[in-house]
Ligand binder design. Structure first.
Ligand code: ADP
Length: 263
């Protein structure tokens, strides 16, 4: 309901100031409750489609309207995997928002991480008819959680593959510029409309739900990636032109040279 929890703040002095800070607190609580309500509504909406697909097929099978087949069971299996991915991603997001993701940071070479991830994704890219090239010739040291940063790079690479048509190209580069570590993933894919660019990091947002579903995404990948990078003191930026391509640029603080080595 819309219970108004505010108290009047007329007049001056101690009591008015107290009332004002009480009101600020009440509004913060309301905002956080509103966010929680929206999250639950979003999750319910996202889980409904794979669940009702599953139910429809199972009912069809038990009524004898649908013929059992290998393809059918494969697609039912795929629906359960999608639900599992949504839940796994949500869990990561919830932990991150509670500040509880438990990062284990250590010095790591972003160039090496990017090259290894590129190698890991090359087979999937080849299957999609897309060339994936890494250009990360020199070590670039950052202080980070290797598994989580690998997840970020993996997400950017899978998106680049997913949203690039056959014959396209993906280039991942790691270098230092302006005193920060930079990782850029550039593709020659479908691109993103200018009006949508600000929304790509929103949870469950996708430009084209049908295509996204067909490619098995959850709409949470970039939300999580953005979160992980900002938790590392970095930033993510996206530049895109429809039908030309997209570049995601991650900036991370360089590992400070150890003070011992300076003297
Ligand atoms: P998912 O890929 O699972 O849908 P993401 O959060 O990773 O979720 O991405 C959100 C949306 O941003 C995608 O559905 C797609 O519309 C758009 N997008 C992400 N990366 C790219 C890209 N490289 N090229 C074009 N569109 C992209």
């Amino acid at each position: 309901g819309h219970l108004d929890t505010r108290v009047p703040t007329r007049g001056g002095g101690e009591l008015a100031r107290l009332s004002q800070s009480f009101n600020a607190m009440a509004e913060a609580v309301q905002r956080s409750e509103e966010r929680q309500r929206r999250l639950i509504a979003d999750v319910a909406h996202e889980m409904r489609t794979p669940l009702s697909n599953l139910r429809g097929y199972l009912e069809g099978l038990s009524d004898g309207i649908v013929e059992p087949s290998r393809e059918l069971f494969a697609s039912l299996h795929e629906e359960t995997l999608l639900q599992r991915r949504i839940l796994d991603d949500l869990q990561v997001l919830a932990l991150a928002e509670a500040g509880d993701l438990g990062y284990t940071k250590a010095p790591l070479d972003l160039a090496d991480l990017a090259s290894t991830s590129a190698t890991a994704h090359r087979a999937v890219a080849a299957e999609a008819g897309v060339t994936l090239t890494a250009d990360a010739p020199a070590p670039v040291w950052v202080d980070g959680d290797g598994d989580r940063l690998r997840q970020v790079i993996g997400n950017l690479l899978s998106n680049a593959i997913r949203y690039t048509d056959r014959g396209g190209q993906i280039l991942v580069r790691v270098f230092v510029a302006g005193g920060v570590a930079i990782l850029a993933v550039q593709d020659t894919g479908v691109g993103i409309d200018a009006g949508d660019l600000a929304r790509v990091f929103d949870r469950f947002w996708r430009a084209d739900p049908a295509r996204q579903r067909a490619t098995g995404g959850t709409g949470l990948g970039l939300t999580i990636a953005h979160r992980i990078v900002t938790d590392h003191g970095g930033s993510v930026e996206v530049v895109s032109r429809p039908h030309v391509g997209t570049t995601f640029t991650v900036r991370l603080p360089l590992l400070p040279p150890s003070s011992g080595a300076m003297f």
